[in-house]
Design a binder for this molecule. Structure first.
Ligand code: PEP
Length: 252
């Protein structure tokens, strides 16, 4: 972790959850303040649940977020959801540029940057995801890929309060695989260093850098103790309150 940065424990339910899952959210919300009194917490739920989820977490230390947003405020974009709509439904955060959106919907860096700006316009904090594929890692391209994604996906105007960066190696998402601790440390140090050039040292030094990719209660402590890892983005393990809280406990 980074001294003076409040960690963020963020869940991503992906395309999981209906009304019955609000019980899980309730348990996570009720336990979060005690599990991680020094951290912020958010669970990014499907858009259909957001309004109800936001009511469930009201008065607790946990907040809600969306998993994507359209760049426009409104318009003829059938099936899309704007950042303003997420905010109206109680969201405080929105994930943009998740690798599943980059892969499934062909979202490139410019689209991700436009979505991040939309998030800010609506008063949301953008969680901007970056990360290399397995092939890129094997080709030794990890740092170049991260630099390109940061340059293209993080708009000028990013601050430590409107933006969180999530480093998610694509090959580690949902696979049970994680990089070596030394590789996480090197990637996060590289991201911080690059952000200093891109956004200036003052912003970069205060920005939260999350690690995402198969974080579980069993590996959270070692991952969260790495320098420049200021929290986690958690997919599968956020679907169970006890696992989410187990990870949160490691953030203190
Ligand atoms: C994710 O969805 O961003 C993620 C990291 O998933 P998982 O924790 O399941 O690997």
């Amino acid at each position: 972790m980074t001294p003076n940065i409040k960690p963020l424990i963020a869940g991503n339910w992906k395309m999981h959850g209906a009304g019955g899952s609000l019980e899980v959210l309730k348990a996570a919300a009720e336990g979060f303040g005690e599990a991680a009194p020094a951290a912020d917490g958010v669970i990014c739920v499907p858009a259909t649940l957001l309004d109800r989820a936001s009511r469930v977490v009201e008065g607790t230390a946990l907040q809600t977020g969306g998993q994507d947003c359209h760049a426009a405020e409104q318009g003829a974009h059938t099936g899309d959801v704007s950042a303003e709509m997420l905010a109206d439904a109680g969201a405080a955060y929105v994930i943009v540029g998740h690798s599943e959106r980059r892969a499934d919907h062909g979202e490139g860096d410019a689209t991700v940057a436009a979505k991040a700006k939309a998030a800010w316009r609506a008063g949301l904090t953008a969680i901007i995801c970056i990360g290399e594929t397995e092939a890129q890692r094997k080709a030794g391209e990890t740092f170049t890929v991260l630099e390109t994604q940061m340059a293209g996906s993080i708009p000028g105007g990013a601050t430590a309060s409107n933006t969180v960066i999530a480093y998610e190696p694509v090959w580690a998402i949902g696979t049970g695989l994680t990089p070596e601790i030394s590789d996480i440390e090197a990637a996060h140090a590289h991201i911080r260093q690059h952000l200093k050039t891109q956004l200036g040292a003052e912003v970069a030094d205060a920005m939260r850098l999350l690690y995402g990719g198969s974080v579980k209660p069993g590996n959270a402590e070692s991952i969260l103790s790495v320098d420049n890892v200021d929290g986690a983005l958690i997919g599968g393990a956020s679907l169970k309150a006890e696992d989410f809280l187990g990870i949160a406990r490691a953030a203190g």
